[in-house]
Design a protein around this ligand. Structure first.
Ligand code: SAM
Length: 254
C-alpha cells in the first residue's frame, strides 16, 4: 500500500513510502534535477553523471585513499575457495582493484577492466604494492567486445551503474565470457538499501532482487542466491548496515 510521496532534503530525492506485509519502507523513484545523489563514490552525481560515467568516476577516484577499500568484498572472499585453483578470472568494472589484486595474490590469473582510467591507475599501483600481476584494461562494458569466452569465473561486485537495458546486455556479456562450467560471482544492493543509504545508487531500477537475478541468469545452475543484511566496511563509500544480495551461479558443463 502506498502511504505517501515525500521529498527528502538531506538526500535530495523524491521517494515513495509504502507498507507491505506489515512493514513500512521507502523507495526512491527520482532524483531531483538539481543533482542525483549517488553514494557510490561520495561525489554527488548530476544527471550528466550517468551519461558521462568515465568523467564522473575518474573524478571520484582522483583522491589518495581507496574509496571502496583495499580488501576484497566479503561475498567474493566467501566464494573464491570454490573456484578452480589457478583459474582464469575476469573482474568486471573492477574500480581501484581491491578484488582483482586479492584474487591474483591467491594464484588466479586475473584480467580486469573499468571505464575509469583513474581507478585502473590505482589498481595497477595496488597490484605493484602486492607484487602481483593483473591484466588491466580501460573500457566501457557496453562499448567494446569483451576479451573471450574463456573464464573460469566472472566477478561482478557492485556494478549497479547499469540501468535495465544496459544491465541486460551487461549480464549477457558476463554469461558469455564464462567457459562451460564457469562460475559467476555477483554482489549488489537490494531495494531495501534505499532505507539505509550506506552505499549504492539511490535508483530502484538499478538495484537487484532475487527474482530479477533468477530471471536474468535462467539456464545457469544457481549455487547460491541470497538477499541479506550485513555491516559493510568497504572504504568510505560502502559503510554501515546494508541490504545486499549475492549470487553464485554456474554455466552448464559441456
Ligand atoms: C561501485 S564501483 C565498484 C568497483 C569495484 N567493482 C569494487 O567493488 O570495488 C562501480 C564501478 O563501475 C565502473 N563503471 C561505471 N560505468 C562503467 C561502464 N560503463 N563500463 C565499465 N565500468 C564502469 C566505475 O568506474 C566504478 O569503478
Amino acid at each position: 500500500m502506498l502511504l505517501a510521496t515525500a521529498n527528502f532534503d538531506a538526500r535530495e530525492f523524491t521517494g515513495l513510502r509504502y507498507r507491505s506485509q506489515g512493514r513500512e519502507g521507502l523507495i526512491c523513484i527520482k532524483a531531483h534535477s538539481a543533482g542525483e545523489r549517488h553514494n557510490d563514490g561520495g561525489v554527488a552525481m548530476t544527471n550528466k553523471g550517468f551519461s558521462d560515467p568515465a568523467t564522473t568516476w575518474n573524478r571520484r577516484f582522483d583522491v589518495p585513499e581507496f574509496i571502496f577499500g583495499r580488501g576484497p568484498n566479503h561475498y567474493l572472499a566467501r566464494w573464491a575457495d570454490r573456484l578452480p585453483a589457478g583459474g582464469r578470472v575476469l573482474c568486471v568494472a573492477d574500480g581501484e582493484g581491491r578484488n582483482s589484486v586479492w584474487l591474483a595474490a591467491r594464484g588466479f590469473q586475473v584480467d580486469a577492466f573499468d571505464i575509469a582510467q583513474a581507478g585502473v591507475d590505482k589498481a595497477r599501483a595496488l597490484a605493484r604494492e602486492h607484487g602481483v600481476e593483473v591484466d588491466y584494461r580501460v573500457f566501457d562494458c557496453d562499448a567494446v567486445q569483451w576479451p573471450c569466452a574463456c573464464y573460469d569465473a566472472v566477478v561482478a561486485i557492485f556494478v549497479q551503474f547499469a540501468a535495465p537495458q544496459v544491465r541486460a546486455r551487461l549480464f549477457e556479456r558476463m554469461r558469455e565470457a564464462l567457459r562451460p562450467g564457469g562460475v559467476l560471482i555477483l554482489q549488489g544492493f537490494t531495494p531495501r538499501q534505499l532505507e539505509y543509504g550506506t552505499g549504492g545508487p539511490p535508483l530502484v531500477d538499478h538495484l537487484y532482487t532475487e527474482e530479477l537475478l533468477r530471471e536474468s541468469f535462467v539456464g545457469m545452475e544457481i549455487l547460491d542466491l541470497a538477499a541479506y543484511e550485513t555491516q559493510l566496511t568497504e572504504g568510505s563509500q560502502h559503510r554501515g548496515h546494508s541490504a545486499v544480495i549475492g549470487l553464485a551461479a554456474r554455466t552448464p558443463a559441456p
